[in-house]
Design a protein around this ligand. Structure first.
Ligand code: SAM
Length: 175
């Protein structure tokens, strides 16, 4: 069940950290890719792709100029469009229906979300009706979608792996 994430409206400099975190959370919690729109940021793409390269995949980060083209393309590929917004329907009420969909494009906003996104989405989904963050909304949506199974996900081709410790840190190289 491939999940792709579309992160809207990246701004160079100002959004570097939060957009990186969107990519890291998408990968760590089971999505296959993240697509960024807004201002093209090569450093952001390299940093997220480098994490996937070292810690395993499959996962990739890419850039597309126009979010509408992305939605159109993924719709043609039979993806359902899920937009995360505090104004939407509560995730806990709708997640069973969404789990039945084969492929999902999850849209997360930035500072301003164009009104058309709400119309284009098959589902507008709220992770509580309170304002918070695209990183938190994405994490909780993926956790609900995968019913917690993503917590034990294995990452193919990892060069590094954590050996869990009750205290201290241990990172192992994988041959
Ligand atoms: N003011 C923006 C707008 O026009 O909707 C929202 C800004 S918010 C900081 C950035 C993104 O976080 C939103 O577009 C949405 O994807 C996500 N988000 C924030 N709170 C959310 C919530 N309660 N449920 C779902 N998504 C949320």
């Amino acid at each position: 069940m491939p999940i792709s994430v579309l992160r809207l409206g990246h701004r160079l400099g100002r959004d570097a950290r939060i957009s990186t975190h969107c990519g890291l959370v998408a990968r760590a919690l089971g999505a296959r890719e993240i697509i960024y729109t807004g201002e093209r940021d090569q450093i952001l793409l390299e940093s997220v792709n480098e994490t996937a390269n070292r810690w395993g995949g499959p996962f990739s980060a890419k850039y597309e100029e126009n979010w509408k083209h992305v939605v159109k393309k993924y719709r043609k590929r039979n993806f359902s469009i899920v937009h995360l917004t505090m104004y939407g329907m509560p995730v806990q009420k709708v997640i069973r229906r969404i789990r039945k969909k084969k492929n999902i494009l999850v849209i997360i906003g930035g500072e301003k979300v164009p009104p058309q996104v709400y119309q284009e989405a098959d589902f507008n989904i709220a992770v509580t009706g309170q304002p918070h963050s695209e990183v938190a909304a994405l994490a909780i949506f993926l956790h609900e979608y995968f019913r917690g199974k993503e917590l034990g996900k294995k990452f193919r081709g990892a060069k590094l792996k954590i050996k869990p410790q009750s205290r201290g840190k241990k990172v192992e190289g994988v041959d």
